[in-house]
Design a protein around this ligand. Structure first.
Ligand SMILES: [Zn+2]
Length: 302
């Protein structure tokens, strides 16, 4: 089973790096207001059109030693880093989703009573590759409905991860949260959350589920609204409020609370550290989107 585990993980990882490559292109095209029908990728340095073998995620960067094949200009570390991160997240969430045939909704690594240590142990167990083995062994026993439900959840989560990494990158680089991405991810989440109950054949839960989703979305948005009012817009902006709303749509209650907790603790620590090191003053905001994205990913996983 070890080889099958490795083979599946490698395929999922490769798919993730390809999506990471797409995220890099998406960030560039969003920034420069380019459409998607335009010509192939070019080197930002010399404008040379890149061949397919210049665009293989991670491997091209290593092979070219981080330099453009045509002009020798250094390629940003952003490209392989985003590809690698997306690849790793795809594998982690693949394991997380298949370890619960009903997708993330009933994923019980975390319960309100479990300690942080217990949570870490559960998480490590979940990510050890054991779920892939179980999945493969039981594959013939799963019904078509279960397999389709898992595929739908997986596609939704991969879509959301792609959106979240784009938001992370964009806010980190430009201090802005791309509204277009929030709208697309928000609409997809609403559609998924309205249908997920039916996909899992539990129609009786539709109202509690949608109630939880909408309550956490509006509650989270209200929380950000109050923060913006209190800080007079110095720390957070409307982009953070929109992202907070999206987080509610993705996570529901009580995961939204955990996600905000895991975003605000490191966010506050890093801000204070930067101020202490005189890198930032109180007036210069530290982009908060990356912390919110990290919190959301943790909230989805536990
Ligand atoms: Zn070049």
């Amino acid at each position: 089973m070890l080889y099958q585990n490795l083979a599946i993980s490698t395929i999922v990882f490769a798919l993730g790096t390809a999506i990471g490559s797409f995220v890099n292109a998406l960030e560039y095209r969003l920034r420069h207001n380019l459409g998607f029908t335009r010509e192939r990728s070019q080197c930002p340095g010399c404008g040379h059109t890149l061949a397919w073998y210049d665009l293989v995620p991670i491997l091209s960067f290593i092979h070219l030693r981080g330099k453009c094949r045509y002009c020798g200009k250094l390629i940003s570390f952003q490209y392989p880093l985003v590809e690698l991160t997306t690849g790793i997240l795809f594998v982690i969430f693949f394991v997380a989703v298949i370890s619960n045939e009903f997708g993330i909704m009933n994923y019980e690594v975390w319960s309100p009573n479990s300690s942080i240590i217990q949570l870490l142990i559960n998480l490590t167990n979940q990510l050890s590759g054991q779920p892939i083995t179980q999945f493969l062994l039981n594959l013939p026993k799963y019904s078509i409905a279960q397999v389709s439900a898992t595929i739908v959840s997986l596609l939704y989560i991969y879509f959301i991860i792609t959106a979240l990494i784009t938001i992370f990158l964009y806010d980190l680089k430009y201090g802005l949260i791309p509204t277009k991405i929030i709208i697309w991810a928000g609409m997809t989440s609403l559609f998924y959350q309205s249908s997920v109950i039916f996909i899992h054949s539990m129609p009786a839960y539709i109202l509690p589920h949608l109630g939880s989703i909408l309550l956490s979305a509006f509650g989270s948005a209200l929380f950000f609204y109050l923060l913006i009012k209190i800080t007079k817009g110095k720390g957070m902006g409307l982009g953070d409020l929109y992202l907070g709303f999206l987080m509610g749509l993705i996570l529901g209650y009580p995961r939204i609370i955990l996600a905000l907790y895991f975003a605000f603790i490191p966010g506050a620590l890093v801000s204070l550290l930067l101020i202490a090191l005189n890198k930032r003053t109180m007036k210069q905001a530290v982009p908060f989107g990356p912390f919110l994205v990290a919190g959301t990913l943790i909230g989805m996983l536990i």
